[in-house]
Write a protein that binds this ligand. Structure first.
Ligand SMILES: [Mg+2]
Length: 313
């Protein structure tokens, strides 16, 4: 595997690992993970609970796989096809689905209107539900150049999230992953500032706050199910630790929307450190059942193969 391929696989597997690691701790208190697993590296962390089997990935990874499937089968970004896959998945009764995502996908409205109509009625549409599924598209479009990557990020986010703030979150994450795949440090202050510079007004200020080099999750003004503190926390977790495992522990320890914060952290940390940095005792149990595709369960090798096809490696 090339270094670039190793980092791409790190992003995709890292995201799924974070999702599965965080799922049992969703809506739990701060520090719950460290209380249960005080010693890093001791094992048993992929523990399951809260309705999840050990290593079972949730809607975050399932939706990411749907995006990957569409890109690979259609050979291009076909938004109606991605949306149709989301709708079929939502109708297959997944164990979990984001509140906002569910309303949009079960509305019966067409792909290019459903999220916008939801935003018009509900006004709150800046959840982290597009960010959580960004890894495959981020990896795929990284090779297509910056403009194409930012554009794809925004358009895929817009399928379920009417608030442009959520689109910009996906765009920033795509940009950081692109830098990481090229061998750069995705959380270096200059890199984060450069990604931030791609965010248009009037969205810039709020993103600048959570991506400031001295920001930490204690400064969050919303629950981390919102897009800003979710990405801010992921960047913080990678910036303030020295490796994949430590970053993921820090993310899950934040409590709240732990599966998604850890999935986004895993995307970034995996892209930065590569697949080899993802603990084998975490990937061993990892599995992604796909509602709507009876019997289909992706494991480590399937995710690595998916990554190779997405990057053309
Ligand atoms: Mg989830």
């Amino acid at each position: 595997m090339t270094q670039r391929g190793e980092r791409a696989a790190g992003a995709i597997v890292g995201s799924a690992v974070g999702d599965a690691l965080g799922a049992p701790f969703e809506f739990g208190p701060e520090g719950a993970f460290s209380v249960r697993f005080p010693e890093p590296g001791a094992g048993g962390e992929m523990c399951g609970g809260g309705g999840w089997d050990p290593g079972e990935a949730t809607d975050d990874t399932q939706m990411a796989v749907l995006v990957a499937d569409s890109l690979l089968e259609r050979g291009a970004l076909e938004l109606p096809d991605v949306f149709a896959r989301f709708v079929r998945w939502a109708a297959a009764d997944p164990k979990d689905i984001g509140l906002q995502t569910e309303v949009v996908l079960t509305s019966g409205d067409p792909w290019n209107l459903a999220a916008a109509l939801h935003f018009q009625t509900h006004h709150r549409a800046a959840g982290n539900g597009a960010l959580m599924r960004a890894a495959p598209a981020a990896v795929h479009f990284a090779g297509h150049g910056r403009t194409a990557s930012l554009d794809a990020a925004r358009r895929i986010a817009a399928l379920t999230h009417g608030d442009r703030a959520a689109w910009e979150g996906s765009a920033i994450l795509h940009d950081l992953v692109r830098v990481a795949l090229d061998g750069g440090d995705p959380v270096a202050p200059a890199v984060v500032a450069d990604a931030l510079a791609q965010v248009p007004e009037p969205f810039h200020e709020r993103w600048a706050a959570v991506l400031a080099p001295d920001w930490h999750p204690g400064l969050a003004t919303e629950f981390n199910g919102a897009v800003w503190p979710c990405l801010g926390s992921a960047v913080w977790a990678v910036r303030t630790t020295g490796g994949f495992e430590a970053a993921l522990r820090a993310a899950v320890d934040l409590g709240g929307d732990t599966d998604t914060v850890a999935a986004v952290t895993g995307t970034l940390a995996g892209a930065a450190y590569g697949l080899a940095a993802v603990p084998g005792r975490w990937t061993a149990a990892l599995h992604v059942p796909m509602p709507g595709s009876p019997g289909r369960v992706l494991r480590l090798a399937d995710l690595v193969a998916l990554s190779a096809r997405l990057t053309g490696d």
